[in-house]
Design a protein around this ligand. Structure first.
Ligand SMILES: [Zn+2]
Length: 310
């Protein structure tokens, strides 16, 4: 049996796991993302954590196929650089692959976290039989991973799929990127909490907003219906652009399930241009919790043929 190391770097925590070639997590560790220390010190902590969890297993270095790292973008996957992620302040042009190679002699791959999660859904989740699909995560931010002909579509620099900054309704005001009405500035968990707080005149969380939605609070229902509609608009743009078999939606906001998915499917049925596109399957992600580390491990699936469905 061979194993992968999956590392999922987030704005608040880093998950590190030893994953088998069948996708089973043998050991996992979660450490806080410390943004007050130098990036290299934080990466050294990640490396030490890998060593610790490996020491708790019987696995020897020769059994490790490689270390996969999923990170928020923008990044340069080819060069192994984390270039400019908004939620990792001070991490600018961080050569994470080069630094990790100082401590590890196994192959190391860096990938955008949404792309890694898309691969995880293809390997073990909601898109196992799909060669062309888009995974969209609606969480603190909004991003997507595009799988075209069974492979990640990277674009020129590895940043394809940054759908969060697609303009869907300029009337919602300016986004942090400078444009007006970006999807992320309306429908991300962060945006929902912020606008919900403005509507209610008090500080509330995304979860509070959805509780009020379930209870039928009129202003919140009107607001959330608009949020669901812009997610439908985004899905139609995805369908018109990529003609996918399926859209898989993950992230915290997808947990609201029925009303979100019903409204998106309804919007798509009415507005996708291609009649086939109107019937695009739209489903919830299946691996939300561990998609990051499993996806980071899945970056190596093309290196083994046995037991892999990719
Ligand atoms: Zn934007």
């Amino acid at each position: 049996m061979k194993y992968f190391i999956g590392v999922d770097i987030g704005g608040t925590k880093v998950a590190i796991a030893v994953v088998s070639e069948t996708g089973k997590i043998l050991k996992q560790n979660v450490i806080p993302t410390e943004l007050t220390i130098l990036p290299k010190e934080m990466i050294m902590k990640i490396s030490n954590s890998i060593r610790e969890i490996l020491a708790q297993t019987e696995i020897v270095k020769n059994d490790i196929i490689g270390i996969g790292i999923g990170s928020p973008g923008p990044l340069d996957a080819k060069e192994g650089l984390i270039t400019h992620p908004p939620n990792l302040q001070n991490w600018r042009n961080v050569p994470i692959v080069k630094w990790m190679k100082e401590w590890w002699s196994v192959p190391i791959i860096l990938e955008n976290d949404a792309n890694a999660a898309a691969l995880a859904e293809k390997w073990l989740g909601a898109a196992q039989d799909n060669q062309n699909f888009v995974y969209m995560t609606v969480s603190t931010g909004i991003g997507s991973g595009i799988i075209a002909d069974g492979k990640i579509y990277h674009g020129a620099s590895g940043n394809a799929g940054d759908i969060g900054h697609t303009v869907v309704d300029p009337s919602f005001g300016q986004c942090s990127c400078g444009q007006y009405g970006c999807l992320e500035s309306i429908a991300s968990g962060t945006a929902i909490a912020k606008r919900g707080s403005d509507i209610l005149g008090k500080q509330v969380t995304t979860k509070d907003v959805f509780t009020l939605y379930d209870e039928g609070h009129l202003k919140i229902v009107a607001f959330i219906n608009k949020v669901f509609k812009v997610l439908g608009v985004a899905c139609v743009s995805i369908i018109n652009t990529f003609d996918p078999e399926k859209i898989v939606i993950g992230g915290g906001v997808s947990q609201v399930e029925a009303p979100l998915f019903e409204m998106i499917r309804d919007y798509v049925r009415n507005y996708a241009l291609n009649p086939n596109g109107r019937n695009t399957t739209i489903v919830k992600a299946e691996l939300d919790q561990n998609a990051g580390v499993i996806g980071a491990a899945a970056l190596y699936l093309d290196k083994i043929s046995a037991n892999s469905k990719i």
